[in-house]
Design a protein around this ligand. Structure first.
Ligand SMILES: [Zn+2]
Length: 245
């Protein structure tokens, strides 16, 4: 009797163990998570309210890489984006690659000006942990990137290019370029820009395309959860502690 009970207990333990293993194997976890980060650069602009309304309609939160001087021109639109719960990142105050490149100290002061400007638009509590170089990080020297790291910001480039700033492109071109350049990736950062009616035009189709394929829409940050997801993104990302640039 005792032996039979032991055997039964052993069997139960083994079954429970096996069930646990199966549960672990079946858990999709981070590896299967498909994520799209829509990013809009260079705003806020005059028609930011249209973009915010469309994103609301699509039920998508996006990342807005604001320019400080643009926020000075459209402070109420900066506030609109902030109040709608989108993520605001720093895309510099000046949007001047020349100024940022020629003086090591400039980028730090430029980021301070950006922060002050956005705080005056949206509220003193504003802060951000993300940065995008005007034109992307590739053409900047290491010491300039180090200066951004020293500000505690994480730099994000992209791995899907809509090409929406190219003169003469159609909405269809933008849609195809965004899909094609991000193809076969599970984690996609899409580069788009504000004040482009044709970019807004393709958003419903772009969002539908990724939703049908099981992607979720998230906003960029350097939080642990996002880092885990972004580890599978081929876009250039520079964290504050990164040695290799
Ligand atoms: Zn830009």
């Amino acid at each position: 009797m005792f032996k039979r009970l032991t055997a039964l207990l052993l069997l139960l333990c083994l079954t429970a163990g096996a069930a646990l293993c199966i549960a672990e194997a079946a858990d999709p976890g981070e590896t299967a998570r498909k994520v799209v980060y829509l990013t809009f650069d260079d705003g806020p602009k005059a028609d930011t309210p249209e973009l915010v309304a469309l994103l609301e309609e699509l039920d998508v939160k996006a990342t807005f890489f604001f320019v400080g001087l643009a926020a000075r021109a459209f402070p109420e639109n900066a506030k609109l984006v902030y109040d709608a719960g989108h993520k605001i990142g720093c895309h510099s105050h000046s949007h001047s690659p020349t100024l940022i490149k020629e003086d090591n100290g400039f980028v730090g002061r430029d980021i301070d000006r950006f922060m002050a400007e956005i705080r005056s638009c949206v509220g003193e509590e504003f802060t951000t942990d993300i940065y995008r170089f005007p034109g992307g990080s590739t053409s900047y020297r290491k010491r300039i990137k180090r200066a951004v790291q020293e500000k505690g910001l994480t730099c994000f480039d992209w791995n899907s290019l809509s090409g929406d700033t190219h003169p003469g492109v159609t909405a269809q071109d933008i849609y195809e370029s965004a899909i094609k350049t991000g193809a076969d990736e599970d984690v996609i950062i899409v580069l788009m820009h504000e004040q482009k009616a044709r970019t807004r035009q393709i958003l419903p189709d772009l969002v539908a395309y990724y939703r049908e394929r099981g992607y979720e829409f998230r906003t960029l940050s350097a939080d642990p959860e996002e880092r885990e997801i972004l580890a599978r993104c081929p876009a250039k990302i520079i964290y504050p502690e990164d040695e290799e640039l």
